[in-house]
Design a protein around this ligand. Sequence first.
Ligand code: GAR
Length: 199
Amino acid sequence: MNIAVFASGRGSNFSAILRAKKSGRISADISLLVCDNPKAPVIGKAKRAGVEVFLVKREGFSSGKDFEEAIILRLQQAKIDLIVLAGYMRLLSPEFTQKFKYKILNIHPALLPSFKGTQGIEDAFNYGVKLCGVTVHFVDEEMDHGPIILQVAVKIEEADSLESLESKVHKLEHKVYPQAIRLFTEGRLRVQGRKVRIL
Ligand code: GAR
């Protein structure tokens, strides 16, 4: 099984997935990194690990459709079975998500459906909730919305700052995402409507 990771930034989840592969917790190959940001640190991480990088800038295409078609072609060439979004800060079109229905995973740093968007941790912290966490879900046409695979909570203590909370949430992400990927690659996920059953 071949996995493509999509990322736009730092790539700490990408590194966690690579570590899981190295230690045998994930047996599928991390075959490709798709990145839309030439300045993203994740690119160097992939290169150092020998993972092929497909750097594809939206500005290089006249339409979003052409941009996504270039990505689809590359995914087909690499015979990708699973797409893992790890901080990919671009919304996929409904055509794209339909084409790879139940084959795209996303991680979100909050307990969905709360605090969707690009600042989940900060929004939860500023709201004053006492519990936040991490959600891994299948991707559908709506942002941070598809059927939930795994969800793990973390307590926000009075002593927590935004920085300490971020560090707790990221640490949790690095544990939970490889677990969800493993469940997918072992064929243990069954989607029934909005519910995901783990076999
Ligand atoms: C992660 O915290 C991930 O949950 C978040 O982007 C960060 C990427 O960090 N994704 C979203 O907010 C999606 N809505 P990383 O580049 O260090 O893996």
